[in-house]
Design a protein around this ligand. Structure first.
Ligand SMILES: [Zn+2]
Length: 159
């Protein structure tokens, strides 16, 4: 780390401690050129997650916005209290796919989740989602989703 006083590149760390409740490391350094001390903070870069819309527009993923969309669909339903949890799970899922995900992937992940939790919320979300996306593509995706997540039927015994 370059010394802010004399521009020397060599220093030694004389103290290192956790700062910001574990989100950063604070280091006291001593310049090997002039002997003066200075402080550095090391922290993890927040990893961006970007949603790419069909129009090509990219915007940062905002969990609160997703939660609002889900809240609309589950209003008055027994799973109403699970909105934040669902949104957090979707975010986690998208981060595994990220750093850039198509908006359809987000919508479909919500559909998949709601489908398993509450059929009414699922249909509501599906109809809202439909307003925003190209209908034909949506139905195609939905058909694909239904195929891949429908309960598997056992093959008849003996066949
Ligand atoms: Zn120095």
């Amino acid at each position: 780390m370059r010394c802010p006083y004399c521009r020397e590149d060599d220093d030694k760390v004389v103290d290192s401690r956790v700062a910001d409740e574990g989100d950063a490391i604070r280091r006291r350094r001593e310049c090997l050129g002039c002997g003066r001390r200075f402080t550095t903070h090391e922290r993890i870069d927040a990893l961006p997650l970007v949603v790419a819309k069909r129009s090509g527009v990219k915007e940062p993923f905002v969990r609160a916005k997703l939660a609002r969309g889900i809240a609309q669909a589950v209003g008055g339903r027994p799973i109403e209290g699970a909105v934040d949890e669902i949104a957090a799970e979707i975010e986690e899922q998208m981060r595994e796919l990220g750093p850039e995900v198509p908006s359809e992937a987000v919508g479909l992940a919500v559909l998949e989740r709601l489908r398993a939790l509450d059929p009414v919320a699922y249909l509501r979300f599906a109809s809202v989602y439909k307003d925003f996306e190209d209908v034909a593509d949506f139905e195609q995706e939905l058909a694909r989703l239904q195929k891949t997540t429908a309960p598997k039927r056992r093959a008849p015994a003996g066949s």
